[in-house]
Design a protein. Structure first.
Ligand code: ADP
Ligand code: MG
Length: 238
């Protein structure tokens, strides 16, 4: 329930085309990483998939139906923002429940989902705290919890760990990978960090200036990089 297909997608800002025609299929359940240098279009691509940005041309299918004109809230996808997007005045429980209150789910269902997410993320003892009373890693888990409760067809992460310190980042990488194994839900993860890409991905999409240079498993990219850019970026010995 989370196959995403981009067909001839382009994006221009004014006269500048940042995504030339691009085709990409993300298989259901896959952990796909978009990797590439700053400014190559990773966030733009993710925002096009989320519906937060309109495509200039092309189409997007989600689960086999055309979602090109479907508004973001109805696409069944959940974007995970960095932890500083939490509401400081709300408890963890209220922060996680927020999208469900917006969707007007009944309270019993909200409680069930929030407690489920809190248990998966080891936040059960922190539901009554506010974000300011949590560590960076716990705050990032709350941001992920807010996505989990929506039971999305896919999770979209945009450099979620970039404001955490190095040690915490390693731990959170593992936690997100474990979450993927447990939920078996499609995840698209944007990063400019090669190590993150190589250690987390089922499939890596290497981008340069809006163009897909190569798509493959970490091992494929390492062993058979298609060009010097991929070799240089992945750190393989071509
Ligand atoms: P990345 O996430 O890989 O760092 P972005 O997707 O943020 O890259 O940006 C890709 C290119 O599009 C950059 O050249 C950036 O300046 C440009 N860009 C992104 N958003 C906008 C916008 N809203 N208006 C104009 N240009 C933009
Ligand atoms: Mg970005």
């Amino acid at each position: 329930m989370g196959r995403i297909q981009l067909k001839s997608v382009t994006k221009s800002f004014g006269d500048v085309q940042v995504i030339p025609p691009l085709d990409l299929t993300i298989e259901d359940g896959e952990f796909t990483v978009f990797v590439g240098p700053s400014g190559c279009g990773k966030s733009t691509l993710l925002r096009l998939i989320a519906g937060l940005e309109d495509m200039t041309s092309g189409t997007i299918d989600i689960d086999g139906s055309d979602a090109t004109d479907v508004p973001p809230a109805k696409r069944g996808l959940a974007m995970v923002f960095q932890s500083y997007a939490l509401y400081p005045h709300m408890t963890v429980r209220k922060n996680i429940a927020f999208p469900l209150r917006m969707a007007k789910l009944d309270q019993a269902e909200i409680d069930r989902r929030v407690e489920g997410a809190a248990s998966v993320l080891n936040l059960a003892d922190y539901l009554d705290r506010r974000p300011g009373q949590l560590s960076g890693g716990q705050r990032q888990r709350v941001a992920i919890g807010r996505a989990i409760v929506r039971e999305p067809a896919a999770f979209l992460f945009d450099e979620p760990l970039s404001n955490l310190d190095a040690a915490l980042r390693v731990g959170m990488r593992l936690e997100i990978s474990e979450l993927h194994e447990r939920l078996e839900t499609t995840m698209i993860y944007v990063t400019h960090d090669q190590v993150e890409a190589m250690t987390m991905a089922d499939k890596i999409v290497v981008l340069q200036a809006g163009v897909i240079e190569q798509v493959g498993s970490p091992l494929e990219l390492y062993r058979t990089p298609r060009n010097l850019f991929v070799a240089g970026f992945i750190g393989s010995p071509k």
